[in-house]
Design a protein around this ligand. Sequence first.
Ligand code: ZN
Length: 245
Amino acid sequence: MRYAVLSDIHSNLVALQAVLADLSEEEIDAYLCLGDIVGYGARPNQCCDIIRDLEAVCVRGNHDSAAVDPARAQWFTAPARACLLWTTDQLRDDNLEFLGSLPTVQIVDDHITICHGSIPDPDHYTVRPVDALMSFRAMKTPIAFFGHTHYSEWFVWSGDSEMPEEFPMPDGGELTEEVSRLYLVNPGAVGQPRDRNERASYAIYDADEGRVEIRRVSYDIALAAEQMKDAGLPEAMYARLWMGV
Ligand code: ZN
C-alpha cells in the first residue's frame, strides 16, 4: 500500500492543488489527512470537498473543532480567531457535519496511527523528544503520523529508557523503517508551513517497502494570499506564507 499523507491544509486550495498535481504521477492507494483542513485560508468548502472526494481517512484538528464549535475559538490568537469565525460562516452544513464527525485518532490498516497534535491529546504540540515520548508510549502501531506544529520532521524511538531522536526535515527527506524501532512522522503543512521553507509539504508512505518520503512543492503563494485578502482575512495570516512561518 502506498499512502499520501497530508496535514494542516488550512483552507489553502492553491497549495492543496499543487500537492495533488505533484501526486498525479504517483500510484497512491489511500489518502490520510491529519486535521486542520480549515482555518486561516480562503477556500474552506473547496478543501473539504476535495478531501471528501479523495475518501481520505481523516482526523479532526483543533481548527476543525473550533470551526464546528465557535466557543472553542476563544483559545486562539485574535487573527486566527477572525479566520475561524469567517470559516464557520462560510462552511456549508454538510462540511460542518463532516468536520464534526471526524475522530481525533484513527488506526489505519492495523499498521498506522494518525492523529493531529499527539496520540493522547489532539491539542498537544509535539515539538521536542519529550513530547514525542508521550505518543510513543501510547502507540499500538509501528508508525504514526501527526501534524499541528507545521514542521516537517520525524522522531525515532528504540523503546526502553532512551529518549526519542529528532530529525528535522525542512527540505524534505527519506526514511527507511527498521523493525525494532518506532516512528512518529510529521509530513509538514500543506497550507501554512512554519519551518522557514515556504513550499507546501506532504509525505508519501510506502508500507510494503517501509519507506517514508517527505516532499516540498512550490505553489502560487501570491494567488493564495490574494484570495485571503479578497475574503477580508487578516494580513498577518497571508504575509507569513511567503516566509514559511
Ligand atoms: Zn494547523
